[in-house]
Design a protein around this ligand. Structure first.
Ligand code: KG4
Ligand code: ZN
Length: 336
């Protein structure tokens, strides 16, 4: 089964062709990062306009690279939310048009479900049930996948996303944006026990997270160190901050894996690139005897191949949407 995936929820315009929910024939991503850089964040109105300009060329390239024509496509999958409404509408309208003109089934995909299904690309289905941790600049969510096509929410951040915390702490330390990779790199030369930063909500029996207090603790420490004069121990600060984030993320993910007798743990989103987080989950997964899946780097960040994978599995589980499907800026995941 050939699925065309489309994604335009934020500042990436993407199209992909995926066979059988796992084999990527093409995955084209046009980033708008340069457009928004000087505003220090994504400007919704500019984003949707750029999607409009970029969509057809990106789609064309994805089809050409895969060596297919629109009638060869069996299924159209598209991100319907959450995200920027105007941006989502561009992808959704394109998807509906293709589904209508070529009389193909349409499946709307939750963007975060897409992120976990990135773990299926190339590797295929993981052993069930699976616990998924989605960590990006905009989201931190812990989910359970029973194996029947559902993605159920166990918990998530109550304030900042994990990637957002990395980016904000990097800014405090005058490191360039995005800060996650910089902190990851510098932390390797630092001592993770140099500063005792808080591990919020650890061991509280929920699967929720909070990172804004940690960010404030780092800010206060930096302020105090600056007042004392001399060079900032940047590597130690990075290592200690990163360890605090990783401790909480890994502990709660592994707790959920044990509680729900997971056979696999799926790590997804931009922060999945973090080496300390990968190592902590690798060790924990080995201890529990479960398989850890992390997608290749190009499928950790926003892309349409993950949307095609999620759409294919949803379709196989019996889901089809009508042409009146609407974009949803806020779209909660189903709760357990
Ligand atoms: O999924 P993603 O590409 O997009 C958005 O959420 O927009 O995630 C980007 C986030 C940024 O916050 C970035 O700092 C973080 O992922 N990130 C990392 C690493 N690489 C990217 N955080 C920690 N360690 C990394 N190696
Ligand atoms: Zn995303």
């Amino acid at each position: 089964m050939l699925c065309l995936g489309l994604e335009s929820s934020c500042d990436e315009t993407a199209a992909a062709v995926v066979a059988d929910g796992r084999r990527v024939l093409s995955s084209v991503v046009a980033s708008q990062r340069d457009l928004h850089r000087r505003y220090g964040g994504v400007v919704p109105e500019l984003a949707s306009r750029r999607h409009l300009e970029t969509f057809l060329p990106v789609l064309q390239e994805a089809l050409e690279e895969a060596g297919v024509r629109p009638p060869d496509i069996d299924l159209v999958a598209v991100t319907r939310g959450p995200g920027l409404l105007g941006s989502l509408m561009v992808g959704l309208m394109a998807a509906k048009t293709l589904a209508y003109v070529y009389r193909r089934p349409l499946v709307g995909v939750h963007h975060l479900a897409g992120h976990v299904y990135a773990c299926f690309l190339e590797a295929g289905e993981p052993p069930w049930p699976a616990v998924g941790l989605i960590v990006s600049g905009g989201h931190t969510e812990l989910v359970l996948l029973p194996g029947d096509g559902r993605v159920l929410r166990l918990g998530g951040t109550r304030d900042d996303a994990a990637g957002e915390a990395f980016d904000k702490v990097a800014r405090l330390l005058d490191l360039p944006y995005p800060g996650g990779p910089q902190i990851d790199r510098l932390a390797r030369q630092g001592d993770p026990t140099a500063f005792a930063f808080p591990r919020a909500m650890l061991g509280d029996g929920t699967y929720d997270f909070s990172f804004s207090g940690l960010k404030t603790a780092v800010a206060l420490e930096v302020q105090a160190l600056r007042a004392r004069g001399g060079d900032l121990p940047v590597a130690d600060l990075c290592a200690s901050f990163q360890q605090a984030v990783v401790d909480v993320l890994a502990a709660k993910t592994l707790e959920a894996a044990a509680r729900y007798r997971a056979a696999s743990v799926l790590l997804a989103g931009g922060v999945a690139a973090n080496r300390a987080l990968r190592r902590a989950l690798e060790e924990g997964a080995r201890r529990l005897g479960v398989e850890l899946r992390v997608p290749p780097p190009e499928y950790c960040t926003d892309n349409a191949a993950m949307i095609a994978a999620a759409g294919t599995y949803a379709y196989r589980a019996g889901r089809v949407d009508n042409l009146d499907l609407e974009a949803a800026a806020r779209l909660p995941l189903e709760r357990l």
